[in-house]
Design a protein around this ligand. Structure first.
Ligand code: MG
Length: 445
């Protein structure tokens, strides 16, 4: 029952819901329409990753795909290599921020981006019902090893930052890589940018030193390390290094919503243009865009990385992302990328030499409150209708559940893609107003 299949991939508990047999079948389902093409695979550092890699590799080869094995690699690193190797797709073996007993597969398109809902359901339909087309003895795919993902990824990230300006600041940075896949490339990037790096939880053995989700309570050690070292900033990656959380020079966790806000300030100050963010992302992005004037409009999307990417493409956005510390800069790669995020934040610090807590304090200040309620499809639909009817004075966006914006704040109600629950998020200038907005919609349940 712990196997989670969603548009962002498959996750399960190794040896329980996630078995080698299942991984072979998933990889073959993904690989069958790609027979004769190249598929790039990489894995995070979890000890189960090697076993799953063998299974995924066999599934792809058996379906007739050539495999490029990147070894341990980050999700954005695999995405970069899909492009660099002109592959037809990619598979990342990771359960992202889930605990170490979990693992999973994330699928990438030929563009190196997350699958759309439609593409993901096609893979899952084939996984369940077939048909599979297995290759004959002389058509099985070959395997090649390529360990250049970190280097090629860094080359791309270096192109979006004024490296000389960052080097002049001689920043002292603490990096917490949670023993994940991003440690090597994260450290290398920071060193290229002239930072003095204190690297904690750097061992890539995949035994996570703290809870792997980059939340405030899991990053207490990073805050302490920033204070002990008198560092300018602290960065925390998740195990597949697509998300980034930040700790300021006082050792204060600033919240993942601020990662996208700082990245947006960094990009828009040089290239004002449209940005994309999902409906659950903070209003900070709208305020920041407004500071930069007309070209910097915000395109809101349904929740899900592929929806943000689609908006980036359609509206030629200069940046996109999600409030969970996921920043997408299309100049680098079309997936969330902690290295891109670090480079953009450091670029901002190279322009504004004040201690970073001043830069953070300059961001628009909001409080976000998140709640979760049991709700089946039918119940949710009726509830949303009542919420819509009561939304007087607010502006309504119904592309994914219902988001209502009032001058004093907003609330977003949507059904989860993975469990029979509704998520309710509200944001306002203070906690009391945000909770009142939650109450306003939950009393209509
Ligand atoms: Mg992740």
């Amino acid at each position: 029952m712990t196997l989670m299949m969603s548009v962002s991939g498959v996750r399960g508990i190794v040896g329980d819901s996630l078995t080698p047999e299942l991984a072979v079948r998933l990889a073959s389902a993904f690989g069958t329409p790609l027979a004769g093409s190249t598929v790039v695979i990489g894995r995070d550092t979890r000890p189960s990753g090697d076993m799953l890699k063998s299974a995924v590799q066999a599934g792809l080869q058996g379906a007739g795909c050539r495999v490029v094995d990147l070894g341990v690699a980050t999700t954005p690193g695999v995405a970069v290599m899909v492009r660099e190797r002109s592959a037809a797709g990619g598979i990342v073996i990771t359960a992202s921020h889930n605990p170490s007993g979990w693992n999973g597969l994330k699928f990438l398109t030929a563009e190196g981006s997350a699958l759309t809902a439609r593409q993901a359901s096609a893979v899952f339909a084939r996984f369940r019902d077939g048909p599979f087309a297995f290759a004959s003895h002389d058509e099985c795919g070959e395997v090649e090893r390529d360990l250049s993902a970190a280097n090629r990824h860094i080359v791309r990230v270096m192109q979006i930052v004024d490296a000389a300006a960052v080097r002049r600041r001689q920043l002292n940075v603490v990096l917490d890589s949670i023993n994940g896949a991003g440690g090597a490339s994260g450290r290398m990037l920071l060193e290229h940018l002239g930072c003095q790096v204190t690297h904690i939880n750097a061992d890539a053995g995949g035994r996570f030193a703290h809870g792997p989700e980059p939340t405030a309570e899991n990053l207490a050690g990073l805050g302490a390390a920033v204070r002990d070292n008198g560092a300018d900033v602290g960065f925390a990656q998740d195990p597949d290094a697509d998300r980034l959380a930040i700790v300021d020079d006082k050792g204060r966790y600033i919240g993942e919503e601020c990662t996208l806000a700082l990245a947006a300030r960094s990009v828009l100050s040089k290239t004002p243009g449209p940005v994309a963010a999902n409906l659950s992302t903070s209003r900070m992005i709208d305020d920041i865009a407004r500071q930069f004037g007309a070209p910097a409009v915000v395109h809101r999307t349904a929740v899900g990385e592929a929806n943000v990417v689609e908006a980036i493409r359609r509206h030629h956005c200069v940046l996109g992302g999600e409030g969970n510390g996921g920043v997408i800069d299309p100049r680098v790669v079309l997936v969330r990328d902690s290295l891109t995020s670090m480079a953009l934040v450091l670029g901002l610090m190279a322009e504004d030499w004040r201690p970073v807590h001043h830069v953070v304090d300059d961001l628009p200040q909001y409080v976000m409150v998140k709640e979760k309620f049991d709700a089946d499809r039918a119940g949710l639909g009726a509830w949303l209708e009542r919420v819509r009817m009561s939304a007087e004075g607010g502006s309504i966006n119904d592309m994914d559940g219902l988001r209502i914006d009032w001058p004093e704040g907003w609330v977003h109600v949507r059904g989860s893609n993975t469990e029979p629950v509704a998520r309710v998020i509200a944001e306002a200038a203070d906690d009391r107003t945000a909770r009142a907005l939650i109450e306003r919609v939950t009393q209509l349940r």
